[in-house]
Ligand binder design. Structure first.
Ligand code: C2E
Ligand code: CA
Ligand code: CA
Length: 440
């Protein structure tokens, strides 16, 4: 074979290797390279730590400064990572704005994540400096772990676990985390059948007027009974919100509530208003109004018999036009309650501009009654402002008589909590209502 030809062949092979393994933007290895190199290192008998590093809002950087600058930035980030780790460690660009790091030997996670953050959060291209925000997922490998993909998955899950937590820079995959994931997937496996098998049941918690001491309303709260055990909504609702099953569940609960209300209407001369929790995921579905109005009509219920509870957190979500949704709800005749008020950082302005009827004060404020501190001042102020704006107020999680006395004194309109009644199954709830003269 002549020399020239041989040289060409080697060049071609190198070129193919580059295409397959090198990221042209940063000159680092790409995803394939990361898989291959990490796999090799797994054979080494020492501690190994994976970090998945993500540049937040890289898209906006690209938009603002252009793709060329974006590419230069990625290159600089790659360089800074390389400077922060040992020669024997690995760094590759896995895609877009995500870097994979693999550290061999003892590592102080707190230390290395801080170092990476310091180097990258303020970074220069030439003599121009930029502020960036990064987030990281960390996984410390088990001794005998050999499956690179599962290691990457765990580091990504650790990263996902800090999504939305703006002040947290990194998440670590822990044993407890793993247990939670196992439980989460158990719940996900059971949920589809749960509706079919009628495992969800609606409980009703009475809401008492502070003026008349009588029941004026009730909140519908879902319960999941599985093989004689009760799974708490505090556990499954957040999972359903993540995987959007909540859309199905909310609709199911709403339907059941309407069905129960229809039944009560035939037995009582009047029925209390029922509050239903509706999640952000349901509210923003495009056929939400059509579906819910259809159900309301089907059971002969008037929207004015129903209160829709929306958390304060949902109302401040900048991705949705809350005003439009709430106005439409009002137009149909529903009452609107802002749930967990005081925990979601809404502005006072919102109370004036959104068509709200009632503010539900979060339990954390109620728990402070009797103690002299700032939260109590805040509670007083909330009650004053809502009165000024002609909004009704309801306190939730009220357990003690001194809380009741305080809320009466400060003119809170309604009280919900164990002090009066726990959430009751439908039959017990009906007896409770029957015991109240106004509804007989
Ligand atoms: P939430 O809407 O804030 O409901 C109030 C929670 O406080 C309920 O917990 C209720 O049982 C509990 N509670 C009521 N009074 C007291 C009290 O005096 N002391 C204490 N310690 N707790 C009290 P639950 O039923 O476990 O529900 C938890 C959360 O699950 C609810 O919080 C709500 O966000 C969600 N949820 C429940 N049912 C539904 C539903 O049908 N759809 C949606 N989207 N979410 C629901
Ligand atoms: Ca609620
Ligand atoms: Ca609440």
């Amino acid at each position: 074979m002549n020399r020239r030809y041989k040289k060409l062949r080697i060049e071609k092979r190198n070129r193919l290797f580059e295409l397959a393994y090198i990221d042209p933007i940063t000159g680092l290895g790409n995803y394939n390279a990361y898989l291959a190199r990490t796999k090799e290192k797994l054979e080494i008998n020492s501690k190994k730590t994976m970090i998945i590093l993500d540049i937040d809002k890289f898209k906006s950087f690209n938009k603002k400064y252009g793709h060329m600058k974006g590419n230069e930035l990625l290159k600089r980030v790659g360089e800074e990572i390389q400077h922060s780790i040992r020669k024997t460690d690995i760094v590759c660009r896995l895609g877009n704005d995500v870097f994979g790091i693999f550290l061999i030997g003892e590592v102080d996670v707190e230390n290395i994540t801080r170092r990476l953050n310091n180097k990258i959060s303020r970074i220069n291209i030439g003599d121009i400096w930029y502020n960036l925000r990064i987030s990281m997922g960390v996984y410390i490998c088990d001794k005998n772990e050999k499956d690179v993909q599962s290691i990457i998955d765990k580091a990504i899950m650790a990263h996902d676990s800090i999504k939305g937590k703006y002040h947290v820079q990194y998440g670590v995959f822990t044993e407890e985390f793993e247990q939670r994931l196992i439980r989460e997937s158990e719940i996900e496996n059971m949920m589809e059948d749960a509706i079919k098998n009628k495992e969800f049941e609606i409980y009703y918690q009475p809401q008492i007027s502070t003026k008349t001491e009588k029941i004026e309303g009730a909140e519908a709260l879902v319960r999941w009974k599985k093989d004689g055990n009760m799974i708490s909504p505090g556990e499954f609702i957040p999972i359903f919100e993540k995987n959007y099953f909540i859309i199905k569940l909310d609709e199911y609960v709403y339907k059941k509530v309407c069905e129960n209300m229809q039944e009560m209407k035939t037995q009582f001369k009047d029925i209390p208003k029922i509050s239903v929790n509706i999640s952000k995921e349901s509210l923003t579905e495009k056929d939400f109004f059509e579906k819910y109005m259809r159900i309301t009509k089907q059971y002969g219920i008037s929207p004015s018999d129903i209160e829709i509870e929306i958390t304060e957190r949902t109302t401040v979500d900048s991705n949705i036009d809350m005003k439009e949704i709430l106005e439409k709800l009002k137009e149909k005749g529903f009452y609107i309650v802002i749930d967990d008020f005081g925990t979601g950082y809404s502005s006072l302005n919102m109370l004036e501009t959104l068509p709200i009827d009632t503010i539900k004060i979060d339990k954390s404020f109620i728990d402070q009654i009797g103690e002299k501190n700032e939260s109590i001042n805040l509670l007083e102020i909330i009650l004053l402002i809502t009165k000024k704006l002609n909004l009704k107020t309801i306190a939730e999680g009220v357990e003690k008589s001194e809380q009741v006395a305080y809320l009466k004194k400060e003119n809170c309109d309604f009280i919900q909590g164990y002090f009066y009644a726990k959430p009751l199954d439908f039959e017990t709830f009906k007896s409770y209502v029957k015991g109240n003269k106004q509804y007989q």
